[in-house]
Design a protein. Structure first.
Length: 157
């Protein structure tokens, strides 16, 4: 995993902070996703929302916002765009109330079927040179870091 973490830093210079390297990775991965999805008229955030709905259909907009790492108002705009594109549908919650449930349409599932392999190719490019054990370790470390920070946020509320 050393190849991903040292970032080509000269040994005489201090290493960048981990937060900086994580932000670089996030920016690079988002740029690669945006480049891939731009011709289809879908943003990286919209793609993320589609993948969340694929894994967890019939979720509320608030839950989608939480799972897609966006604010509720941003999710409203994002969902409206996906509904207009015919990739997502809204329906009333059968349990009553004003809550609307979101699901992928057949077109949304077809979109993901086309783009998931291409996104996985970007992931493979990002992880190039890492063996399967290092890939698993990388994901595990990222999840642990994320969980640690989320737990800290809950404690400080």
């Amino acid at each position: 995993m050393q190849g991903c973490l040292n970032g080509g830093v000269n040994a005489a210079q201090p290493a960048p902070s981990i937060m900086y390297v994580v932000k670089q990775l996030e920016s690079a991965s988002r740029a690669a996703l945006d480049e891939l999805l731009r011709p289809a008229g879908v943003t990286a955030l919209q793609y993320t929302a589609l993948t969340v709905l694929e894994r967890r259909p019939d979720m509320s907009q608030t839950d989608l916002a939480r799972q897609s790492f966006v604010r509720v108002q941003s999710a409203a705009d994002l969902v409206s765009a996906l509904v207009r594109r015919g990739l997502v549908t809204r329906r009333k919650d059968p349990d009553g109330g004003r809550r609307l449930l979101l699901s992928l349409t057949a077109e949304g599932r077809a979109f993901l079927a086309e783009y998931v392999p291409q996104v996985l190719a970007i992931e493979d490019r990002m992880l190039e040179g890492l063996d399967p054990a290092d890939r698993q370790a990388f994901v595990s470390v990222l999840r642990s870091c994320s969980d640690n920070l989320r737990a800290g946020l809950v404690q400080h509320r």
